[in-house]
Ligand binder design. Structure first.
Ligand code: SAH
Length: 256
């Protein structure tokens, strides 16, 4: 279970925080570290000294140019946010995220990304709108922002507790493992890359039928993202939606 959890750090500016996050991860048994456009050298000496023994994670950390690339193969993407945002989004506690993991990670190929923002400005709205859910670590409301590596530590700790609870529980029977919802789900969950391709297509078609005006977008695409991300689409549902859009596109072409 823990090997299918990725920690994604966006725009980190202090190498020490990357090292400290790697240490927090290794303490809790997580290994998959992804860095999106770090604003420092992640292999700076300060990273290794704060990693104190978790150097392998720092060395193995993969770098990406964009959040979408870092989470393309993930089936659940959860953004960690210290502040509430203008457009409310499904909000979960660290414990609730962790406790959902046995179910979330049951399907073959399922993978979770926990996404953390910049030390100074956190995650942008656009980045948060690419997440299925937001997680907030309940803190003193007057002083709610944790150090980046401390926030990674809290989430990684909760994941480990959930993992230990599954280890302690009686080993599930084969039928339980196959049927996390009582009945086996018939299709694998859509990946983040599938969703991003769908959102591009959706925006293009809504523009073509003049429902959406890119010059005056309001919050239409953000609200549609929230709707479809909340539905946790499987790959067949994704194909049906793409098929509907494709048919609309074809009708528009036939008409012209
Ligand atoms: N000053 C920034 C916070 C940066 S802290 C802001 O106001 O948004 C760096 C990152 O740690 C955040 O982007 C977030 O991913 C994580 N983090 C810090 N405190 C958190 C909290 N209370 N709950 C969830 N994530 C938190």
């Amino acid at each position: 279970m823990l090997d299918r959890i990725r920690i994604v750090l966006i725009g980190t500016s202090h190498p020490g925080n990357i090292g400290a996050a790697a240490r927090a991860m290794r303490n809790m048994g997580l290994e998959d570290l992804a860095l999106v456009t770090p604003r420092c050298d992640p292999r700076d000496q300060e990273a290794y000294s704060r990693a104190s023994g978790a150097n392998t994670l720092v060395d193995a950390a993969r770098q990406f140019d964009a959040l979408e690339a870092a989470v393309a193969d993930c089936t659940l993407v959860v953004g960690a946010s210290a502040r509430s945002r203008h457009l409310p989004w499904p909000m979960v506690s660290p414990r609730a995220v962790a406790e959902s993991l046995p179910q979330v990670l049951a399907p073959d190929g399922a993978r979770l990304a926990l996404v953390f923002g910049r030390e100074d400005t956190g995650l942008t709205n656009a980045e948060l709108q690419r997440c299925h859910q937001h997680v907030h670590i309940p803190t003193n409301p007057d002083f709610s922002s944790l150090n980046l590596a401390a926030a990674v530590q809290v989430l990684a700790y909760e994941c480990r507790q959930a993992y230990l609870a599954t280890e302690e529980a009686a080993p599930p029977s084969a039928s339980e493992t196959d049927q996390p919802f009582g009945v086996a789900w018939d299709n694998p969950p859509a990946t983040h890359a599938d969703l991003e391709r769908f959102f591009v297509h959706l925006e293009r078609t809504l523009t073509a039928i003049e429902f959406h005006d890119p010059d005056n977008p309001r919050q239409l695409m953000a609200r549609l993202r929230r709707l479809f991300l909340r539905a946790h689409l499987d790959s067949m549902e994704m194909n049906i939606l793409r098929g509907i859009l494709g048919t609309i596109d074809k009708r528009l072409r036939d008409r012209d």
